[in-house]
Design a protein around this ligand. Structure first.
Ligand SMILES: [Zn+2]
Ligand SMILES: [Zn+2]
Length: 217
């Protein structure tokens, strides 16, 4: 790309010299500011001549106070960053769970409730989905099975929310669907699982894709 000017700039012409004057003024301001500074320690505030832009305290004792405050500030920042990172993991679990649950509901949309004879298709269409993704072993007591497809099935809200998951009937329905061996395997599975944020992102993407496929067919 070539820049063209209607009137060519002469060396030392108005525009250039104005800019130069501006930068000279800026430099003068910096020097003025550098000349005297107030000590950064609140209880001191003694003016002093700084050796550099980062020189903040009037004496060694004040410099130590400033350094201590800076350390404390950095520590607080570090704690805050760790909190954010932890919150991030919880958020990703929640995100992945939303995607997983939606895919399970789509998978089971044409089945009956896992724990009663209500046909789920008769419940579809109401706000927030007409039925739930109910976990056989609850996410609270068995969080390691929260993304296990054998452990999650379409369930009417009445069973899931108002009958404590209707566990006894859930078990009967579950055996009919996945077989006794798989049910017993899950019941015996107490191996803790940890997911990294990357893995949770993967789970979310996987079930989003699955939901799309299920909706297309
Ligand atoms: Zn001081
Ligand atoms: Zn039900």
């Amino acid at each position: 790309m070539t820049l063209t000017r209607k009137t060519p700039m002469k060396p030392g012409s108005g525009f250039k010299s104005q800019a130069f004057a501006r930068s000279e003024r800026k430099e003068a301001d910096v020097v003025k500011k550098l000349r005297l500074k107030k000590c950064a320690v609140k209880e001191c505030r003694k003016p002093f001549e700084p050796r550099s832009m980062t020189h903040k305290a009037c004496c060694q004792a004040c410099a130590e106070v400033v350094a201590k405050l800076q350390r404390e500030k950095a520590e607080r920042k570090d704690i805050q960053a760790r909190k954010v990172a932890m919150k991030g993991l919880r958020d990703w679990i929640a995100d992945a769970q939303v995607a997983f649950n939606a895919a399970i509901r789509a998978r089971d949309a044409n089945k009956v409730c896992i724990s009663c004879p209500t046909h789920l298709s008769t419940l579809a269409g109401t706000t927030g989905g007409g039925f739930d993704c109910g976990h056989y072993r609850s996410r609270g007591s068995a969080p390691h099975l929260r993304f296990d497809e054998r452990n999650a099935h379409g369930q009417c809200k009445k069973c899931n929310r108002y009958a404590s998951g209707n566990a006894a009937d859930y078990r009967i329905g579950l055996i009919a669907r996945i077989g006794l061996a798989a049910v017993e395997e899950m019941e015996a599975d107490n191996t803790a699982r940890k997911w990294s944020i990357e893995e949770l992102k993967g789970i979310k993407a996987h079930y989003k894709q699955k939901l799309k496929q299920l909706k297309e067919t």
